[in-house]
Write a protein that binds this ligand. Sequence first.
Ligand SMILES: NC(=O)c1ccc[n+]([C@@H]2O[C@H](COP(=O)([O-])OP(=O)(O)OC[C@H]3O[C@@H](n4cnc5c(N)ncnc54)[C@H](O)[C@@H]3O)[C@@H](O)[C@H]2O)c1
Length: 282
Amino acid sequence: MEIRTVGVVGLGTMGAGIAQVSVQSGHETIGRDVSDEVNERARGTIERYLSRAVEKERMSAADKDAALARLSLTTSLDDLADCDLVIEAIVEELAPKQEMFAELERICRPDAILATNTSALSVSKIAEATKRPERVIGMHFFNPAPVLALVEIVRAEQSSDEAVDDAYRWAERAGKQPVGCNDTPGFIVNRILIPLLNDCVRVLDEARVSPEDLDKAMTNGAGWPMGPCALVDLVGIDIHVHASEALHAALGEERMAPPERLVQMQREGKLGRKSGEGFFSY
Ligand SMILES: NC(=O)c1ccc[n+]([C@@H]2O[C@H](COP(=O)([O-])OP(=O)(O)OC[C@H]3O[C@@H](n4cnc5c(N)ncnc54)[C@H](O)[C@@H]3O)[C@@H](O)[C@H]2O)c1
């Protein structure tokens, strides 16, 4: 099936970015969040990003207008009935996601692909809430979705080859770099990166290194494009702690548990860039 119309459920950080990727690559896109206010905030974010691309001459004003015209917003899930692909990006909790998928199955065509952007939950467990689990897959975008090219296309236990292949091809057409993987905790990047970043944070105390020097060490000694402290600040301390806890609960390796230093920062409201303070001040 060629995917033409895309639904995006949840228009927060990730959903707004995914909707932007979709309209920018020529797909009619219907975004659904819980209120008009949240919907309009998402439209504003997308508009701002696209305007910046026009200012930087990476996009023409006509292309920006055409992209925005492909975006429609709704608070009613029923409006997603004709979508070929629906990507869910609501809260990272199993019960609301299962409810959402059961509801989407009721509303959408039987051949529609239902994808979750979950970072840490089991896609197979989300699929269990439906009667057509073969149409359910994971499409794990990275933040910011319009900038980072990777999309992990996650095959759950019952996902059909067709659903996986169609989503993979859509991601390519949307200008992304899809990579297929099985439904294992953390998928690819988070499975590797989360314990690695936790090790980096532990080294701060073990080797008595400052965040500035640790970042200097990893950018200059390991060729990382960004230091680990700057990266955790960008991701958000709370998001990283939550992801560490989920990975630790699933796989039980000590390195996956969030280091005490990060838990303490979260308690103090030092959440990184978004709160103005983390390892560094912003
Ligand atoms: N933030 C990241 O770095 C990141 C990266 C990859 C994947 N994810 C995953 O993406 C998903 C969304 O994360 P986020 O950071 O964008 O969260 P967010 O809090 O920014 O946005 C979630 C949005 O979902 C909306 N929502 C909640 N329930 C809804 C419902 N029933 N119907 C429609 N909208 C609903 C909320 O109003 C909110 O706007 C999570 O599963 C998260 O794990 C996040």
